[in-house]
Design a protein around this ligand. Structure first.
Ligand SMILES: Cc1ncc(COP(=O)(O)O)c(C=O)c1O
Length: 477
């Protein structure tokens, strides 16, 4: 019998490192192996426990309530506040939208007003729950425009959104003005602090400028904050906090309409692994308020160092003002951003390309963690080398024939043959004999190709791509 753990370790070798402070998207590294050890042990101890029934697993209820209590302090929540542990930022957002919709049953065509920079999870919620997403363009500083948002609110508006900060540009929206406009319309205002909620309170304490965004702002009715980001907890938890229990009511679901146990849930999941809850609780308990203050200090020192490196480097600039721990960088015409991304990745720095969007040029996203601080000198060297290499390589050109091929496709009815045709025409993503996709080691050409496609076409192509990736692997007969 083969050892599955050995195979697991071998498989994991293909993944991005989750420790080492150099993976600047998807993961958040405290840089402290003791935190990871505690998380691992707590997850393992509770992996089989089920938070579905708080009377059967009261320890998980206790941990959830303590986590929400900790968050309430960070979020300036009043004594009336209540919260729920969800599986991640997207689920917290889905529930905020579902709850807002269902609290207004008289509205037959519900709408939510959101800045164009709001996270894609709101588009998913719009899609799932039939709530129209009314997108409002942001200002030149990438912050939401509260006047334009107020103009967009009407009698069918059930929810208004602000980000603290937005993912793509790392800036905090003017929450005070947006929440006031929402309150004037009698509408809920949700602050998406999924990525900033655990770090911005400490930024303020460190004396960094942070505009008000918590429950201290009148009119803010709910806030999402992800513990699996800057609380440095294991993956699988976020918190959705409401100003009072009445606002959460529509989120709760019970069904006695079947012969089994009466289903009773506060989230979209029913069975919920105790692992992420216990892992998060243990990490938060271990780090504590003073520990988070230190980690935030380290993360912001890393942000400042990285911003300085980018500004020093000819051909690069920082996009927007990093209000939190997210840095967005862009290149001038002498440098191809997708090639620069590949060059940084090849030097061990995983950064995330962002495609052009409307008038905005492509950019590169960096989520900076406390664990990054120890490596900022290495980052500076890697950046200089990567810029030189990207400049030497020159821009990535998408073949005119491929552009024409993409333009001729209809995203609404993209077929398998269309997708195969594009793979063949581009020659970028190959297929092995058994039809499995073979990804290129460098992604610049793929990103450049996606960049020329419309947003609808990007979505269609990537869905076709995911469909090909997710195919069963059968055991040999
Ligand atoms: C601002 C914001 N909202 C929502 C999300 C979605 O969170 P998740 O990926 O945990 O579902 C993210 C993720 O980065 C985020 O940055």
């Amino acid at each position: 019998m083969s050892d599955p753990l050995e195979r697991l370790r071998a498989l994991q070798g293909a993944d991005l490192p989750v420790h080492g402070g150099r993976t600047l998207a998807y993961v958040y590294d405290s840089g402290d192996p003791e935190i990871d050890r505690i998380a691992r042990e707590a997850v393992a101890a509770y992996a089989a426990s089920n938070a579905l029934d708080p009377t059967a697993f009261p320890s998980l209820l206790q941990m959830e309530n303590e986590l929400v209590g900790f968050a309430c302090d960070l979020l300036d929540a009043p004594d009336t506040a209540v919260g729920t542990v969800t599986s991640g930022g997207t689920e917290s957002i889905l529930l905020a939208v579902q709850g807002a919709r269902d609290s207004r049953p008289e509205v037959t065509a519900p709408r939510m007003v959101l800045p164009a920079t709001a996270h894609a999870a709101f588009h998913k919620a719009a899609h799932y729950y039939g709530v129209e997403a009314v997108l409002v363009p942001v200002g030149p500083d990438f912050r939401a425009d509260p006047d334009a948002m107020a103009q967009a609110m009407d009698d069918d508006t059930v929810l208004v959104i602000a980000s603290a900060p937005s993912y793509a540009h790392g800036v905090v929206d003017p929450v005070t003005e947006i929440a006031a406009a929402a309150a004037a319309h009698g509408v809920r205002c949700h602050v998406d602090a999924c990525i900033g909620g655990w770090v911005l309170p400490y930024a303020a304490r460190l004396g960094r400028p942070v505009v008000p965004w918590t429950f201290a702002v009148d009119g803010v009715t709910s806030i999402s904050v992800d513990t699996h980001k800057y609380a440095y907890a294991p993956k699988g938890t976020s918190l959705l906090v409401h100003r009072d229990a009445g606002l959460r009511k529509a989120q709760l679901f019970a069904s006695a309409a079947w012969p089994g146990y009466t289903m009773l849930n506060a989230t979209t999941q029913s069975t919920r692994s105790g692992g992420p809850i216990a892992g998060t609780w243990a990490v938060v308990e271990h780090i504590g308020d003073s520990g988070y203050a230190e980690l935030a200090d380290r993360a912001f020192s890393a942000v400042d160092a990285i911003v300085a490196c980018i500004e020093w480097e000819p051909g690069l600039h920082v996009v927007g003002t990093p209000d939190s721990t997210l840095v967005t960088l862009a290149t001038d015409d002498s440098l191809d951003p997708f090639t620069l991304t590949d060059e940084l990745v090849s030097r061990g720095w995983y950064v995330q390309p962002q495609l052009s969007f409307g008038p905005d040029a492509p950019s590169i996203h960096l989520s900076v963690s406390a664990g990054t601080l120890a490596h900022v000198e290495d980052f500076a060297g890697a950046l200089t080398e990567s810029v030189a290499a990207a400049r030497a390589a020159g821009p990535v050109a998408v073949d005119a024939g491929v552009v024409a091929f993409i333009e001729a496709l209809d995203p609404a009815s993209l077929t398998d043959d269309d997708f195969d045709g594009l793979l063949a025409a581009s020659g970028l993503v190959g297929a092995s004999e058994d039809g499995e996709l073979e990804l290129p080691s460098r992604m610049a050409e793929v990103n450049a190709m996606l960049d020329v496609a419309s947003p609808a076409m990007r979505e269609a192509l990537l869905k076709a791509f995911l469909d090909r990736l997710q195919r069963p692997v059968r055991r040999p007969a």
